[in-house]
Design a protein around this ligand. Structure first.
Ligand SMILES: [Zn+2]
Length: 777
């Protein structure tokens, strides 16, 4: 992999120097009412070659350039598509690949774009329809959604290539939508009977605003106004009104994050165009709510759905990449509209951690979801995987906001080696050459390139995590506190060619002590990077990832020290790992305090790169507590939800539901090494109308153990405090209730399970049980 990435870098540099002329995007016909405070940069102006540059080049060379576009077009050439949202991928690819081509100038990618855009347009039907559904199924499920992405992809292509041919295809799609949906007699209601309370189809707002601006046709703006009215219909998602009054995203419609953020990105495009300040207020309320209550430490904005405040389960669909990318777009939109550094701060954190954590380091594959622990589920086949075409869009957007311009001058948001060729508002050309190994080094040197002297502000984002940033201009230290009201340090002076700015962001370790689902655990960060323990880097002193604990939250005891990454983690030339003092999770039987064992943590972005298990949250201190924590779990029937009974979180329960009856169900945990058992605690999962508990009238649930590895299960006790349930009555049993079996003497075990007869509630043809957590001491 190292050689391959090095090869990519060389190819990437070669392309960037052969760029003959800058690309001028097609201008809009309609001017925006709200002027951007910070400008969207055309991706050829910002050429990055450090860590970000490596990931951007990998995204283009190993993913976007290699995607089988016949597969993307398949559902259009032969309707219906193989599944209901198969139509979204081609538009998402056109959007990402166009931005990537503008950045690299790669002629092969351009040829692929030309062919794919033309082939997609050929699939448009006479009336303008460009979805993957049969006529009889039109406008159900994800049909408008596919038109949204086709509009985004084709308009991005038209705008940057100047090839106007697909514009008529876009107009015909827009006209069809305008004619089909509306509140006039004979028109369809765009909300009625669609996914996520209408948020999926109405997210077509974003490209319809863009189509209005590009063509100047007022009917497209009328359609956007219709969408905003439809949101507030009795059956609508009430996005803006809820965000203005309740200020909480999980109260909006069904809380589905990807669709809601897609709608919000459209509303900001609408706000830019028509200037309704209520929309910006609603979006800022949403942003604040997400930042304060719904962000994972990895930078993921919620699980698949926005949930209650700080209800951030570690299992299930955590960190969907589509949500990560729409969250990046949302921050980038707010950065442009407000010019405030706080949005750039979140862009850096999300890109460096969650986005790169979802991208395979060589760019070839993506994860649908990425948790703070587990393995990275890298995949490269698009089938049914919305995130595989979303991830590349997020990476392709980086050059548009990494370095920018505003009314006062130039702005640096993300620090990476490279060059930004900027045009200030008065058309002065300024080049910023950035030399750095950041985030592997704290020194950043920016050299200003100018034709003559010019007075302007160079705005620098100083990282919120950095206690001691320092800035020097031509060797002279600069007082940098407090930063300006927009959050940037503005260096206002008359700049000359060759002026040099040296920044230093002291890179230091930090710890975050977990709460809620992560209480008793600790996470370690280093500068902007979240770190993780990785099974592939533990060595043989510790028995696997589950045996890793950290001695305390004291930074001196942890002694976090960066060092060059070993070959299997050399994901870019300056890649690092971080030595830290760990301790074995289980205390020794002798009661002797453990000696610290140095292990190496790895950036979350690189964790599990070779398929190993990793985890961000590590237990603090040694424990004689739950022997089963993070051990191997199983159950009699797989059930239909994904939770865990060994994650320390009783809320992430599992169940055995498969719509069938069963004489017995069990929940088991097997241990990697035998342990002395004295007490077992069973935590009930959840009571449903049709079951979820054990039927104690057939006998109290039994505690069973294996006394030999893979040996037979032997009953050693009962959950005597389990309530007097029956097949149909849960006897008031609630989720999270704990039941205990105390053994008369300790026994050495390889496995523990709780077994009993499942209950059927009000559906007698089936039965199932549930479990929130199984604990043992
Ligand atoms: Zn997705």
């Amino acid at each position: 992999m190292i050689k391959f990435i090095a090869g990519l870098l060389i190819a990437f540099n070669a392309v960037s120097v052969t760029l003959s002329s800058e690309i001028t995007p097609l201008p809009d016909k309609v001017a925006c009412v709200v002027a951007d405070r910070q400008d969207f940069q055309i991706p050829d102006r910002v050429q990055l070659t450090g860590w970000l540059g490596t990931r951007i080049a990998a995204n283009e060379g190993n993913r976007l350039a290699l995607v089988d576009t016949d597969r993307l077009l398949e559902g259009y050439r032969k309707r219906p598509g193989r599944q209901t949202w198969d139509g979204e991928h081609v538009g998402k690819w056109l959007h990402a690949a166009t931005l990537a081509w503008v950045n690299s100038g790669d002629p092969a990618l351009r040829a692929k774009l030309d062919e794919t855009a033309a082939e997609l347009c050929k699939c448009q039907l006479e009336d303008g329809y460009l979805g993957t559904y049969l006529e009889k199924d039109r406008w159900t499920r994800w049909d408008v959604w596919a038109h949204k992405y086709n509009l985004i992809g084709l308009m991005t292509y038209v705008r940057y290539t100047g090839n106007l041919a697909p514009l008529s295809c876009c107009r015909r799609m827009g006209d069809l939508l305008c004619n089909t949906f509306g509140d006039e007699p004979g028109q369809r209601d765009i909300i009625n009977g669609t996914w996520h309370v209408g948020m999926a189809p109405t997210s077509v707002l974003e490209p319809m605003v863009l189509l209005y601006r590009l063509t100047g046709e007022k009917r497209y703006l009328d359609f956007c106004n219709y969408i905003l009215r439809a949101w507030e219909q009795p059956n609508g998602p009430k996005i803006i009104s809820t965000l203005l009054t309740q200020k909480r995203v999980e109260k909006v419609a069904n809380g589905k994050a990807y669709e809601m953020l897609s709608c919000l990105n459209g509303t900001l495009e609408y706000y830019r165009t028509v200037g309704d300040p209520k929309i910006l207020e609603a979006c800022l309320n949403a942003w604040k709510d997400i930042v304060e209550n719904r962000l994972y430490l990895t930078g993921a904005a919620t699980s698949e759905y926005f949930r209650d405040d700080l209800d951030l389960p570690n299992a299930a669909l955590v960190g969907e990449t589509c949500v990560t990318v729409t969250w990046i777009q949302f921050n980038a939109q707010l950065l442009r509209l407000t010019g405030e550094a706080r949005f750039a701060e979140h862009l850096e954190y999300t890109v460096f951690n969650q986005l790169f954590g979802a991208q395979k380091c060589d760019g070839s594959a993506w994860c649908n979801t990425v948790r703070g622990d587990s393995k990275k589920p890298y995949a490269s086949a698009l089938d049914g995987n919305c995130c595989l075409s979303s991830g590349p869009r997020g990476v392709a957007l980086i050059p548009t906001f990494a370095v920018s311009t505003d009314a006062a001058g130039a702005v640096v948001n993300l620090y990476d080696a490279g060059t930004a060729k900027l045009t200030l508002k008065d058309q002065t050309a300024v080049t910023l050459a950035i030399a750095t190994r950041y985030p592997a080094d704290e020194q950043i040197r920016i050299t200003v390139g100018l034709a003559g002297d010019k007075k302007f502000a160079l705005k620098l984002r100083t990282a919120a995590w950095c206690r001691e940033p320092s800035v020097q201009v031509n060797g002279q230290p600069l007082a940098i506190t407090p930063a300006g009201p927009d959050g940037y340090v503005a260096v206002q002076r008359s700049w000359k060619d060759g002026d040099e700015v040296n920044l230093r962001f002291k890179l230091e370790p930090r710890v975050v002590v977990g709460d809620h689902n992560n209480s008793g655990k600790l996470a370690v960060l280093y500068g902007p990077l979240l770190l993780a323990a990785d099974a592939a880097l533990l060595g043989d002193q510790l028995k696997g990832l589950k045996s890793v604990a950290l001695p305390s939250a004291d930074l001196a005891a942890l002694a976090v020290t960066p060092e060059p990454a070993p070959d299997n983690y050399k994901t870019w030339p300056c890649a690092q790992v971080f030595r830290v003092n760990a301790v074995p999770r289980q205390a020794s039987k002798s009661g002797q305090p453990a000696t610290a064992l140095p292990i190496r943590l790895v950036p979350f972005a690189d964790a599990g790169a070779g398929g190993s298990n990793f985890k961000v949250w590590m237990p603090i201190g040694q424990t004689e507590g739950n022997l089963l924590l993070e051990e191997r779990e199983s159950r009699s029937r797989r059930g239909n939800i994904s939770g865990s009974i060994t994650d320390g979180d009783p809320k992430t329960f599992v169940l055995t539901f498969d719509d069938k009856a069963a004489a017995e169900d069990w929940f088991a945990v097997t241990l990697a090494a035998p342990a002395e058992l004295r007490r077992v605690v069973f935590v009930h999962g959840k009571t449903f109308h049709h079951g979820g508990w054990f039927n104690a009238s057939a006998g109290q649930p039994q505690v069973q153990v294996q006394t030999a590895k893979k040996g037979p299960w032997e009953t050693v006790g009962l959950l005597r405090d389990y309530p007097a349930t029956t097949a149909t009555s849960a006897a008031g049993l609630n989720g999270g209730e704990r039941f205990t079996c105390q053994l008369s003497k300790s026994v050495e075990v390889y496995g523990v399970r709780v077994a009993g007869k499942p209950a059927s509630g009000d559906a007698p043809l089936q039965a199932f049980a549930s479990c929130g957590e199984l604990l043992a001491e």
